[in-house]
Write a protein that binds this ligand. Structure first.
Ligand code: SAM
Length: 276
């Protein structure tokens, strides 16, 4: 028997998957085992699961002896999960929207949370940006996402999928694309391939932006018009600065700058604002 035996999968009787909540439930025990092995839950560890659904990974995670806070928006599933795990005292359910959930209400201990989830695809990008606000509390995040989103998270300068999501995720975290998951692993089946990604917040920040809000503004503004030159798309942010004082070539496009270039540019703009 595997270390991460899933036990018997139990589905909520009569539940029909709700498209508006991005419900595609895992039903392949091998894939569930691989995901749980990637998470490698430990006794006493503090896990937060986003969208437990019908508990496909919740059950083996709890079996490890980890403490688990689950965040589920669907009221019917939340009520069912509550009764299913009623006698598990390491299980706490929060029936709410993860995008409004304050992770800091769970702990003040740095790097103590392991966040996991087969994320609802319709909110995966805002969900990652929301969680990055709490990166100092997070030890690691392991997610199932659309393959295309995982490729964007891991993209390097020069890749087709390179943009805001990858730059900001890589500013805060090491990104590892672990493995792909075919549509047949779910019910109902999604139209696209999924993938498992691990985001590990940097223990020591290699690149330091003096103002992370400004870094986000610079990256967002640049990629809002990714086909234009930096001179054009960054106009609102660089109007008061002589081009020779900027650390980047303004004739380039947003996709040509590395994360380090964006941090340098943001720090130069931040210093110029301080001098005013
Ligand atoms: N973890 C389960 C599995 O793997 O079978 C379900 C995954 S399903 C793709 C996504 C889950 O997230 C659903 O249970 C859905 O109800 C829940 N969900 C959708 N939007 C949510 C939100 N904003 N906050 C919390 N949970 C949400």
């Amino acid at each position: 028997m595997s270390q991460y035996d899933t036990g018997k999968s139990i589905a909520m009787p009569g539940h029909r998957a709700r498209k508006r909540f991005g419900q595609n439930f895992l039903q392949d025990d091998n894939i569930i085992r691989r995901i749980v092995a990637a998470i490698a839950p430990k006794q006493g560890e503090h896990i937060v699961e986003i969208g437990p659904g019908q508990g496909a990974i919740t059950t083996p995670l709890l079996a490890s002896g980890a403490r688990l806070d689950a965040i589920e928006l669907d009221r019917d599933l939340a009520a069912w999960l509550q009764s299913r795990f009623a006698d598990v005292d390491t299980f706490t359910l929060h029936q709410c929207d993860v995008l409004k959930f304050d992770l800091a209400s769970l702990t003040t201990e740095p790097r103590s949370l392991s966040i996991v989830g087969n994320l609802p695809y319709n909110i995966s990008t805002p969900c990652i940006f929301h969680l990055l606000k709490y990166q100092s509390l997070i030890h690691e995040m392991t997610f199932m996402l659309q393959l295309e989103v995982v490729q964007r998270l891991a993209a390097q300068v020069g890749d087709d999928n390179y943009g805001r999501l990858g730059i900001m995720a890589q500013y805060y975290c090491q990104v590892d694309h672990l493995f792909d998951v075919p549509p047949g692993a779910f019910h109902p089946q999604p139209k696209v391939t999924s993938a498992i990604v691990r985001l590990t917040p940097h223990r020591t920040q290699k690149l330091v932006a003096t103002d992370t809000t400004l870094l986000q503004d610079v990256v967002r503004t640049a990629f809002s018009q990714r086909r234009k030159t930096l001179r054009n798309c960054l106009k609102p942010l660089i109007a008061d600065i002589h081009p020779d004082d900027l650390p980047v070539d303004l004739s380039l496009r947003p996709e040509n700058l590395s994360l380090e270039d964006y941090v340098n540019l943001s720090n130069t703009l931040s210093a110029a604002r301080q001098e005013k």
